[in-house]
Each structure stands twice: as C-alpha cells, then as structure tokens.
Design a protein around this ligand. Structure first.
Ligand code: FAD
Length: 326
C-alpha cells in the first residue's frame, strides 16, 4: 500500500478492553502538525478503528494482540509498521507502556529516542521534539543526527481543543502483517477491572486541573478543591504538603516526585509554588493561582493571580461558574 507523504507513525495506547487511551487525540494532533498521521492499533476493540479515524488518523494499521501478553506483541507490530511505513518520526505516549515500547523500538532499529516531549515541530532537516527541563525553567529542543526520531509525548501537553485535525473519519484501514520476534514476553494475569466511583477526569493527561495545597488547612476543607474541580470539569491535584498532611492520597500529588501534568488550565489553591511543585505543572498553558501571600513564588509562573483567602474567593468563583451554566 502507498502511504501519504511525510508519514508520522503514531502508536495508540489501548486499555485491556481494547479502547484507545485518552492520549490518542493529542498524539494525532501533534502528528498532523508535522506530517500525515498513520496510526497503529494493537489489540484494539471493534470500535477502536472508528475512534482513531475520527480523531484524525489518515491511515489506521491494525494488528492483533491480547491484553495479557505484555509489550512484545506491541513492539513486534510497531517494528513491522516502522519498516513498512518508513515514517519521518514515530510518536508514542509517554505512558509506562509507551516508554517501554519506544525504548525497545529504539534499540531494535538503532534510532534516537526523545523522551517526554511537550511539543513537536519540523524544520528543513526533519522532526524536532520540545522538552521542558530543569523543573520547567527551560524549553529545549532535541533532534537526532541520523534517522527519524522516536518521540514519547507527555500526556495532556498537546492542545486538542480545536478538534480533530484534517479530514477526520476518512481513514484508510489496513491489517498489518507482523513479523514475530519470538522475544520472551511477560504475562499479566488475571486482569481485574477496577470499579471507579469518580466521574472526575484522571489527573494524568487531564486538560484542566485544580490543585490544593497546605493552605486548605484540613482534609475536610480540601473538599473546596474538589468542588471547584467539579464546577470546571477538572481533575484534582495536590501539593506534597497536602498529601503528607493526609488531605488526599499520593496519586494526586503533582510535582517532581508526583505526576507531571501539562493541562490547558491549572488552578493552584493555597500552594506556595516550591520548585518541586512547579516542576510538575509549569508547562500548563494557563496557570491561575489563589494565595493569601502576594509574595508566594507561585505568582511568578501564574498567568492570573488572586491575592486572597481561598475560603472567600473560591466559593464566589464556584457561584459565578454555576451561574454561567444556567
Ligand atoms: C526531594 C523533594 C521532592 C519534592 N517533591 C514534591 C512534589 O512532587 N510536589 C510538591 O508539591 N512538592 C514537593 N516537594 C515539597 C516542596 O518543596 C514544598 O514543600 C511543597 O510543595 C509545599 O506545599 P504547599 O505549597 O502546599 O505548602 P506551603 O509551602 O506550606 O504553602 C502553603 C501556601 O498556602 C498559602 N495559604 C495558607 N492559607 C491560605 C488561605 N486560607 N488562602 C489562600 N492561601 C493560603 C500560604 O500563603 C502558602 O503560600 C518536594 C520536596 C523535596 C525536598
């Protein structure tokens, strides 16, 4: 089959049910900005192709795989797709599975691997990856000296608010012929679905995040953070001090030793803005901070700041947001 010009191979992460991960839209949007997105789905559900085509893939390659066998079937398919498509770059989610697949493809094909990119671009020599480094203080670029780059893209870093790129939905679908490597693969069994009671978005990859810090004062009062998050349809994050104080579990910690987020909107409530916290949120597109100390370092990185008590300001904010919904 003939592939479009300047193909960018995108590896779609799928969950154990075969559904494409939420990172897919960002990867396809990034791919469309530098070439023609060719998506690879390994072990996808019946609806996966349609979902990925609607998200902007021009070509969708499918390969079989079962959720229990880890990594190897995905990397075998990725390598076969790479050899067949000869893309200008390979984009993969910077998830645990994505980093694993990217590293292995890099070794197998002797290609450069650019990790945790917050953006991609193209110049006359090829594709470049942008990285936020030193706790978000600098934006750097990486490009290989030979061959197309394999780039893992930070979840949530790509703005998808403009909708799917290109003629979304009109993809060519092809079943990929995979050459099995015979590499030893670990198996995860059994896979048990966890019952989720929260309707809030997941922190990793969320487009909006509301985080609370020690300034909230107690676990009971931390509910205010959740109320604002719900009013905005946002995920809930926290500083380490809030986690250490038991206001919220560690899974919500944002920062150097927690989750790195790159949402379109990050709201920091009662968070001082220590370098270790900023390292995990500084690449957010718009940062709003509410803190009663006008000299708090969070205001150095904030686009909008309110000097005030969260218990006075936030209820008014929620009220205004609710009024707008009516
Ligand atoms: C190796 C290492 C790794 C670390 N990793 C992380 C990490 O991953 N993530 C992280 O967050 N931190 C991390 N830290 C900790 C970090 O240095 C800070 O201690 C932490 O971020 C502080 O959290 P905080 O801003 O909530 O608390 P504080 O620094 O105590 O700030 C609380 C803020 O709330 C404000 N405030 C108080 N009451 C109110 C009110 N009623 N209304 C409005 N504002 C109010 C105060 O003015 C203050 O600015 C790490 C530290 C180390 C050494």
């Amino acid at each position: 089959m003939a592939y479009p010009e300047k193909p960018i191979l995108v590896l779609v992460d799928v969950d154990p049910t075969g559904a494409p991960a939420s990172s897919t839209a960002g990867l396809l949007t990034a791919a469309a900005s530098i070439g023609a997105p060719v998506a690879l789905i390994v072990g996808g559900s019946a609806d996966a192709v349609e979902t990925v085509a609607a998200a902007g893939a021009q070509v969708v390659l499918t390969a079989s795989g079962d959720a229990a066998t880890l990594t190897v079937p995905v990397v075998d398919a990725l390598q076969s797709a790479f050899q067949q498509v000869r893309p200008d770059a390979v984009l993969i989610s910077n998830s645990i599975a994505g980093r694993d697949a990217g590293g292995r493809l890099s070794v197998r094909e002797k290609l450069a691997l650019s990790m945790d990119a917050v953006g991609v671009s193209r110049d006359e020599e090829g594709v470049l990856a942008q990285h936020s480094v030193y706790g978000g203080s600098y934006l750097t670029e990486s490009a290989p000296t030979f061959g197309p780059p394999i780039i893992t893209v930070r979840q949530g870093a790509i703005d998808t608010s403009a909708g799917a790129p290109g003629a979304a939905g009109a993809a060519t679908v092809e079943e990929l012929a995979v050459t099995a490597s015979g590499a030893v693969a670990a198996a995860a069994e059994p896979i048990v679905a966890e019952q989720k009671t929260s309707t809030r978005p997941e922190l990793r990859g969320a487009t909006r995040v509301v985080s609370g810090g020690r300034g909230l004062g107690s676990k009971e009062k931390f509910v205010l953070v959740e109320q604002l998050a719900d009013a905005l349809g946002a995920a809930v994050g926290a500083s380490r001090a809030a986690v250490d104080a038991g206001y919220i579990p560690y899974a919500h910690q944002v920062g150097q030793t927690g989750v790195s987020v790159s949402p379109q909107l990050y709201v920091a409530l009662g968070i001082s803005g220590a370098i270790q916290h900023r390292a995990g949120m500084q690449t957010a597109k718009t940062i709003v901070a509410i803190n009663k100390d006008g000299d708090a370092p969070i205001f150095d990185v904030a686009d909008f700041g309110i000097v005030g008590d969260v218990f006075t300001v936030v209820p008014q904010l929620i009220e205004a947001l609710e009024a707008r919904k009516k």
